[in-house]
Design a protein around this ligand. Structure first.
Ligand code: WT7
Length: 639
C-alpha cells in the first residue's frame, strides 16, 4: 500500500477506515500506482506535471513546464497555447462523449433540464457568438451574478471560449458587494437572471443588479444579459439590457474557440482576506486546466458511467473546479441544483441522488450537520445505492458528522474524501484517494506533486502532533497567477513565513503517520458555512452605520454553520443600546454584505481591549467569549 511503512501505526489509531477490496481493484489509481506517482513527483516534479498536461489538448505545447525565474510569479507551461473550453467541451464532440449527458440540472420547483455534450456545445457557441456581437473580446471582464442555472455554466464557458474573463459573484451577495466587485474588476458586462427560486420564494436578482448600477456605478457596464427564469417583472434599459433568449435565437451554433496563451487569465474570483477589500484571485488557462484535471481524476476516480454531484454554488471556487471545469474536462455528467437543500422538506438531497442515480456526492460539513439533525428517516426512504464515493470540503468535519455521513449515506462502504484546498490553489491539494486509509477528521496526505508542511512562524517544521502554520513548499499548476491589480498583496502569501513558501492562512497539525488535521484559520478570516468572510469586511460594514463608532468582530462556534460572527460594538455618543438597534444592525449587515454574512449576536460595549498601539485585540475578545486562556494563541498573533 502507499502507506506501507505506516500501516501498522495507522491501525493502532482508534478509527481507521479502509476501502473495500473490490473498490481497490477497480480504482483508476491503485496503491502501487499512487506510490509510484508520489515517487516520480518527488524526484521529477516537472516530469510528473508534464505527463498530466499531455492528457489534455493544446493548440501549441509549452517551451518550458515551469518558468520559475521570477518567484513568486511562477509561469506554468510557458509558451503553450490552449483554451480550457476546448478541453471541457470541443474535444468531446469528436468522441463517444458527444451524445453523453454533460449536465443534469434540477430547479427548486422540481423542473429539470438535461444537456448532452453536443447540446451544451451548441448552446455555448450560440451565446459566445451573441457576446461577440455585443462587443465582448479577449481579456474583457464579465461579472456573472447568477444562481445555479444551466445558463450560469453556459455563460461561463461562452465567455471563456471567446477569450474573455468571468468573475462569478455569488447570488447571495448584496447590491453593494456586487457593485464593489463590478467596479474593481472593471467589468464590461453583467450576466444575470430575472430571479430564481430559493426556499419556496422568488428572489429578484435583476433588481439587485439595477440597485448596484447606480450613482458612481451607473455607467459601469456597457451591457447586461438577463436570463428568463422566474417570471419576475423587470425594467429593461433600452440599449443596455438584453434577454438571453432573444440574443441567442438567431446565432449560429458554431463558434471559434479563441487560442489563448497558457498564462492568459481564465477567470477571477473574489475572496475575503484580512483587510476590508476582497481580493480578486486570478487563474490562468494552462496551469489551471492541468491541475484541476489531474486531481479531480485522482480523488474522485472518475469513471465513464459516473453521475457527479458537487453541491457547491457556481459562485465559489468549488463551483468552478468541481461543478463546471473539472467534471466537463473529465467528460463526466455534472449535476446542478438550483434551490435550498431542505425544500420542500429535508429529503430533497436524497431525492435528487436517487432520482438521477448520483454516484459521487461531494458536499460540505455544514450541509451534513444540517441534514443530520433530521436523523435517518429521510435517507432511509430512498435508494441511495448508486453512490460509490462521498466527499467534503470547506471546513473540518467533526468525526461525529463524518461517521454519520459515512454510515447512513455511504452504507459504510463509500470512501469519504475530505479535500483540503482554497480559492487560491484552484485544485485539490491535500486529500485522500478512494484507496486511502481514512481517519475521520483528517484530510490525510498531500496529493502527488504537492509538498506541504506544518511549521512555526520562523518556518521550522513543527514536531508531529503539534499545531503550526500550514504552508505549501513548491509551486503547483493550478495556483493563482496573481491578485487583480494587487501585486503586493499576492507577494504577501509568500512572505509571511520565511523560506519563500506559500502560507495558506490555516493552522494545522501533522500526526505520526504524516496525516494532516486542519484546525482552522490563523488569520482574521471567518469560515461561515464554508464561506470565507473577513472580520474587517464585517467591521467596515458595521462602521458604515450611523450609530456605530467602532466594531470588533470575532467568530464563534455554531452547531450548523461551523462558525458565525459575533460583534462587539461601541456606539456613537448619545446613542443608547436597545433591542431595536440590535435588530436594525443585523438588517444593516444583511443589506451591506448579503445573507452570507451571518451575525449571530451583537454585544454593545463601553470599551474594547486594545494593544498599546490602539489596535483592537480580537483574540482577547474571543478567548473571553469562549472561556479560554487569553495567552493561548500568542505565537500566531501579530501585534
Ligand atoms: C479555506 C479556503 C476550496 C473550496 C472551499 C473553500 C478551509 C477548505 C477544508 C477542509 C478544513 C478546509 C480552509 C481554507 N478549508 N477545505 N477539507 N478541511 N478546512 O474555499 O473559500 O477559498 O476557503 O477553507 O480554512 O483555507 P475558500
Amino acid at each position: 500500500m502507499d502507506q506501507s511503512g505506516t500501516l501498522d501505526s495507522l491501525l493502532q489509531e482508534e478509527r481507521v477506515f479502509r476501502p473495500l477490496p473490490q473498490l481497490v481493484i477497480e480504482a483508476n489509481v491503485n496503491p502501487q500506482e499512487l506510490e509510484a506517482a508520489r515517487r516520480q513527483a518527488e524526484t521529477d516534479p516537472l516530469g510528473y506535471w508534464e505527463e498530466a498536461a499531455d492528457e489534455l489538448d493544446w493548440f501549441k505545447k509549452w517551451d518550458q513546464v515551469l518558468d520559475d525565474s521570477n518567484p513568486p510569479f511562477y509561469r506554468w507551461f510557458a509558451g503553450a497555447r490552449c483554451n480550457v473550453v476546448y478541453n471541457a467541451l470541443d474535444r468531446h464532440i469528436e468522441t463517444g462523449n458527444k451524445n453523453k449527458l454533460a449536465l443534469i440540472w434540477e430547479g427548486e420547483p422540481g423542473d429539470s433540464r438535461k444537456y448532452t455534450y453536443y447540446e451544451l456545445y451548441r448552446e455555448v457557441n450560440r451565446f459566445s457568438n451573441a457576446l461577440r456581437s455585443l462587443g465582448l473580446g479577449k481579456g474583457d471582464r464579465v461579472v456573472v451574478y447568477m444562481p445555479p442555472l444551466p445558463e450560469t455554466l453556459i455563460a461561463m464557458l461562452a465567455i471563456v471560449k471567446l477569450g474573455a474573463v468571468h468573475s462569478v459573484v455569488y447570488a447571495g451577495f448584496s447590491a453593494k458587494a456586487l457593485r464593489s466587485r463590478i467596479r474593481d474588476a472593471e467589468a464590461k458586462m453583467v450576466v444575470t437572471a430575472d430571479g430564481f427560486y430559493r426556499n419556496g420564494r422568488v428572489i429578484k436578482l435583476k433588481n439587485t443588479v439595477d440597485e448596484a448600477l447606480v450613482g458612481a456605478c451607473s455607467d459601469c457596464v456597457d451591457s447586461m444579459v438577463v436570463v428568463h427564469r422566474a417570471k419576475v417583472e423587470v425594467d429593461m434599459v433600452e440599449g443596455r439590457d438584453f434577454w438571453y433568449e432573444d440574443l441567442i435565437r438567431q446565432e449560429r451554433s458554431e463558434s471559434p474557440t479563441e487560442v489563448m496563451d497558457a498564462q492568459d487569465p481564465l477567470f477571477m474570483l473574489y475572496t475575503s482576506g484580512t483587510t476590508g477589500q476582497p481580493k480578486g484571485v486570478i487563474h490562468a488557462h494552462g496551469g489551471y486546466m492541468v491541475g484541476v484535471h489531474r486531481t479531480l481524476g485522482q480523488v474522485f476516480d472518475i469513471k465513464p458511467t459516473d453521475i457527479f454531484w458537487c453541491t457547491a454554488d457556481p459562485g465559489w471556487i468549488t463551483g468552478h473546479s468541481s461543478v463546471v471545469y473539472g467534471p466537463l474536462m473529465a467528460g463526466t455528467t455534472t449535476v446542478m441544483y438550483e434551490g435550498h437543500p431542505l425544500y420542500p422538506q429535508a429529503d430533497r438531497m436524497w431525492n435528487i441522488v436517487a432520482k438521477h442515480g448520483v454516484t459521487v456526492f461531494y458536499t460540505t460539513p455544514t450541509l451534513i450537520r444540517m441534514l443530520m439533525r433530521f436523523g435517518t428517516q429521510y435517507p432511509k426512504r430512498f435508494d441511495l445505492t448508486s453512490l460509490r464515493l462521498l466527499g467534503t470540503v470547506g471546513e473540518s468535519i467533526s468525526p461525529e458528522a463524518w461517521l454519520w455521513f459515512y454510515k447512513n449515506i455511504g452504507r459504510s462502504e463509500c470512501p469519504l474524501l475530505d479535500t483540503w484546498w482554497q480559492t487560491e490553489t484552484g485544485m485539490f491539494m491535500i486529500s485522500p484517494l478512494p484507496i486511502s486509509l481514512l481517519k475521520p477528521g483528517s484530510v490525510t496526505r498531500p496529493l502527488p506533486g504537492i509538498e506541504a508542511a506544518v511549521v512555526d512562524k520562523d518556518g521550522k517544521p513543527a514536531p508531529p502532533g503539534k499545531g503550526g502554520l500550514l504552508v505549501l513548499t513548491r509551486p503547483w499548476p493550478a495556483m493563482m497567477t496573481g491578485l487583480f491589480k494587487d501585486e503586493d498583496r499576492y507577494k504577501e502569501y509568500w512572505q509571511q513565513v520565511p523560506g519563500g513558501v506559500y502560507f495558506a492562512g490555516d493552522v494545522a497539525k501533522k500526526d505520526e503517520d504524516g496525516y494532516y488535521w486542519i484546525q482552522g484559520r490563523a488569520d482574521d478570516v471567518l469560515n461561515i458555512a464554508g464561506h470565507r468572510i473577513g472580520t474587517a469586511e464585517l467591521e467596515n460594514a458595521f462602521g458604515a452605520h450611523r450609530a456605530v463608532s467602532e466594531a470588533a468582530v470575532i467568530g464563534v462556534p455554531d452547531r450548523i454553520k461551523g462558525e458565525v460572527a459575533k460583534a462587539f460594538i461601541l456606539l456613537n455618543p448619545g446613542i443608547e443600546p436597545s433591542d431595536d438597534l440590535n435588530k436594525e444592525l443585523k438588517r444593516h449587515i444583511k443589506n451591506e454584505l448579503g445573507p452570507v454574512a451571518v451575525v449571530k449576536s451583537i454585544e454593545f460595549r463601553d470599551s474594547l481591549p486594545r494593544t498599546r498601539s490602539g489596535k483592537i485585540m480580537r483574540r482577547v475578545l474571543k478567548a473571553q467569549e469562549l472561556g479560554q486562556d487569553v495567552g493561548d494563541l500568542t505565537t500566531l498573533e501579530a501585534d
